[in-house]
Design a protein around this ligand. Structure first.
Ligand SMILES: Nc1ncnc2c1ncn2[C@@H]1O[C@H](COP(=O)(O)OP(=O)(O)OP(=O)(O)O)[C@@H](O)[C@H]1O
Ligand SMILES: [Mg+2]
Length: 255
């Protein structure tokens, strides 16, 4: 059975999609079988991997069970993916009863034996979609920007995730927070370092050692050129950082 990992942060633009893409590429590079789930109506992960989102089966069809999950899988420039488009938004309106947090978990059961890892990219809010991702997952990891406000926001994100864990998925592992878009080798600003120290004590999840450096090249290569950056930009600092992050997660037994 695949290990299922969600990338979650209710704050927008913190690197969830980019991290899902590149971590998936790193795992594939290490010869693992990887499936990505685009579970965000924005469809950014699908775009970044060069997947189709129109005239094909998407996560919306999978959640509504109008198609078997395996028939929604596409291969892409990076890994296998089930794409999403803005139709996915309507599941919040269509599924309003109790027990709707289990829809994704049920949908992934039949394809889980085909993969080593399933990575789920989520939208910047903790509604029904993200709740489904957390319930379906073995592990959650959280990208965070390296500034005082974003780090302070982690306390609230952590609270929400912990609440969902206790309500729906007690076995969920809080795999860690990692800092994204870090500038060069510079240290955290004093205020951010102080907040980091404060939250390290207050949260029952690790702050991962590896930090992902800022790289406009990597941003362009994923969000515009749709490249597999682990193959096509392998000397880039941010790509090397993602490889180190995957190594750290493997060594910790999180992945
Ligand atoms: N290491 C990096 N260096 C520079 N830019 C980056 C890096 N990682 C991501 N970006 C850029 O930051 C922006 C936000 O990243 P991304 O889309 O991955 O965030 P997100 O958390 O998925 O956003 P949303 O919440 O809207 O889904 C994008 O333009 C992306 O290309
Ligand atoms: Mg995103």
């Amino acid at each position: 059975m695949a290990k299922i990992i969600s990338l979650i942060n209710e704050k927008g633009g913190v690197g969830k999609t980019t991290s899902t893409n590149i971590i998936a590429a790193c795992l594939k590079h290490n010869n693992y079988k990887v499936l990505c789930i685009d579970f965000d109506p924005q469809g950014h992960l699908s775009f970044s991997m060069g997947a189709k989102t129109k005239g094909c089966n998407t996560m919306y069809d999978v959640i509504r069970r109008t198609v078997k999950t395996r028939y929604a899988i596409q291969d892409s420039n990076v890994t296998d993916i089930i794409p999403a488009n803005d139709m996915l938004k309507s599941i919040e309106q269509e599924f309003t009863g109790v027990g709707n947090e289990q829809l994704l978990k049920e949908a992934l059961k039949s394809i889980s034996p085909l993969y080593d890892y399933i990575l789920i990219d989520t939208p910047p809010e903790l509604g029904l979609v993200s709740a489904n991702a957390l319930v379906a997952s073995d592990v959650v990891i959280i990208p965070c920007l390296p500034d005082g406000y974003s780090l302070r926001g982690m306390i609230k994100v952590h609270e929400t995730i912990s609440r969902l864990k206790h309500a729906f998925n007690p076995d969920l592992v809080l795999g860690g927070i990692f800092l994204v878009r870090f500038y060069g080798r510079e240290k955290l600003s004093r205020s951010a370092a102080e907040v980091l120290e404060e939250i390290t004590k207050s949260l029952d999840m690790p702050i991962l050692k590896t930090r992902i450096r800022h790289s406009n090249i990597i941003s362009h290569a994923t969000s515009v050129l749709q490249l597999n950056v682990v193959e096509d930009r392998k000397h880039n600092n941010a790509v090397k950082d993602y490889q180190d992050l995957v190594q750290e997660l493997l060594e910790r037994g999180t992945l």
